[in-house]
Design a protein around this ligand. Sequence first.
Ligand code: CA
Length: 225
Amino acid sequence: MDKTILLIEDDPAIIRLLKLALETNNYKTLIAKDGLGGLSLFLSEHPDLILLDLGLPDIDGMEVLLQIREMSKVPVIVVSARGSETEKIEALDGGADDYVTKPFNVKELMARIRVNLRKAVKDEASPVFVCKDLKADFERHQVFIGDELIHFTPIEFKILKLLIDNQGKVLTHKYIQSQIWGYESDDGYQSLRVYMAGLRKKIEKDTSKPEYIFTEIGVGYRFVG
Ligand code: CA
């Protein structure tokens, strides 16, 4: 299904440029030329992502951002001519997911849109994740196989969450190690392998025929949902 992007922007040249780029990338595009119009389209159309200019003719874009954040976690990328560090920090602290300064590179903006849409899908998957017999409640730190509550060590739990947050993607040994322990050890990933074996024993019915965690030999691991 095509994703819907709401563009809140008053500059006709930028609207033309972005409308063309977004439609070329198969996004359904909604356009609001002022802040109140943007809020009203946000409420009626539930866009998947918002591109927000700060200098708008009616209310300030920061005000639009704060109002959206009171209601929703929809990804918002601020696209603004205001490029000072203070303004960037203010927008990010106000809940913007990303900040792009005008003039911008269209390809780079499209890449940032893709990243933020992917991140939003992951956020939706939390806090309770269900896959076959496995149910992981990340907020309560509980994992079930069927009806059985499985006890995990904190490290096993962190590894499982990392794999699930990146399901379908191969995570390298090095990446997992840096995310879990925050440093690289030179034990040839031996401790990671030990934790992984423990984790698999707890969730796989048959560790020689895994249903959840696949080994990419010599590379790392992949959670298949
Ligand atoms: Ca403007």
